[in-house]
Write a protein that binds this ligand. Structure first.
Ligand code: KG4
Ligand code: ZN
Length: 352
């Protein structure tokens, strides 16, 4: 099977063609990503209107390129998939409409993919991981721990009550005068800084449940910066390192708790999976590798380019749904808010 996937929910325009392998897992035939970061950088964050226009500008070209690089003609596709949310409505509508138009013109099935589901299923594309497993989704817009019990069978074990992890990285980076997106910048500077110089709070540590709260940490960093006055290069590195150390501790504690909650309902997971842009963070990856090592659990961390937003993960989620006959009709709506748990109930009722 070959499926084309379109991703336009945030600031990456992306198109990919993915095939399944005999025996399981998938093969990425092409994966074209055009980042709009440069167009948003001046504003310190994603501007929805600029994002939507930029998607329109490049999507046609990216679709052509993805087919060319995959050496696949449109007639060879078995289905067309597009992210239908959650995300920015203007961008979603562009990718979703293009996907529907292609499917209609080609007479192929259409799949409306939940962007979070795409992140959650990536480990099956890259590592052929069996269900059930635990997924940590950490990006600029989302921070949640999800039980993945099958295609369409998701249960949120915990999520952030305020800021997403990537948002916290980006906001602290802005306070430190660093470029957008802030996550990679903080990580780079943290590598040269002292993570013990500032004892920042670790919100929710040791709490029951698997929810996150990150705005208190962000505020503590802001107060420290205000107290210090002008910052030296060393101060910036130490602040970045101490902030990142706090986030790592929080993530590890919440995941440990999430794994425990998971085991009560689902038994032993086949692994822990990370997804979302923050999943590229080396310190978080190393800490989770250690955590999994303690309990002999498999840690699946897809390569950074498949953690951040791209078309291959959307195409793969589309392929998994297509294989189960879970198609959508052309009235499928764009859904700026679309919790993963909602898919579970829809799929169970045979509505997907
Ligand atoms: O998943 P993504 O590409 O887009 C969405 O938000 O959906 O994630 C982008 C986020 C940004 O907040 C960015 O700062 C963060 O991921 N990020 C990182 C790193 N690379 C990207 N955060 C921490 N460390 C990184 N190395
Ligand atoms: Zn994402």
């Amino acid at each position: 099977m070959r499926v084309l996937g379109i991703e336009t929910t945030c600031d990456e325009t992306a198109v990919a063609v993915v095939a399944n392998r005999l025996g399981g897992g998938g093969e990425i035939l092409s994966n074209e990503v055009m980042s709009q970061i440069a167009q948003h950088a001046a504003y310190g964050g994603v501007v929805p209107e600029i994002a939507a226009r930029a998607h329109i500008d490049v999507l046609d070209r990216l679709i052509t390129r993805a087919l060319e690089h995959a050496k696949v003609g449109v007639g060879d596709l078995d289905a067309v998939a597009a992210s239908a949310g959650p995300g920015l409505i203007g961008g979603i509508l562009i990718g979703l409409t293009a996907g529907k138009a292609m499917a209609l013109a080609l007479g192929k099935p259409f799949v409306a993919v939940n962007h979070l589901e795409a992140h959650a299923l990536t480990a099956r594309l890259t590592d052929h991981l069996d269900f059930p497993y635990v997924a940590l989704l950490v990006s600029g817009g989302h921070t949640q721990i999800v039980a993945v019990d099958g295609v369409g069978k998701y249960r949120r074990l915990g999520s952030t009550v305020d800021d997403a992890a990537g948002e916290a990285f980006d906001k602290v980076a802005k306070m430190l005068g660093l470029a957008y997106p802030g996550g990679p910048e903080i990580e780079r500077l943290a590598n040269e800084g002292d993570p013990r110089r500032f004892d920042f709070p670790r919100p929710m540590l040791g709490r029951a449940g698997a929810d996150f709260s990150l705005s208190g940490l962000k505020t503590a960093v802001r107060q420290e910066i205000l107290r210090m006055g002008p910052l030296s290069e060393t101060d910036v590195k130490d602040l970045a390192a101490s902030f990142q150390a706090a986030i790592v501790d929080v993530v590890v504690d919440r995941v440990r708790s999430g794994l425990w909650i998971f085991s009560e309902t689902f038994g032993r997971p086949t692994g822990l999976v990370i997804g979302g842009g923050v999943g590229a963070n080396g310190a978080i990856r190393r800490a989770l590798t250690r955590l999994c090592g303690e309990s002999g659990l498999r840690f699946v961390s897809p390569p950074p380019e498949l953690c951040s937003d791209n078309g291959a993960i959307v195409a793969w989620a589309g392929l998994e749904r297509h294989a189960l006959g879970l198609h959508d009709d052309l009235s499928a709506a764009a859904r700026p808010r679309w919790p993963l748990d909602a898919i579970a109930s829809e799929t169970h009722h045979g509505k997907a």
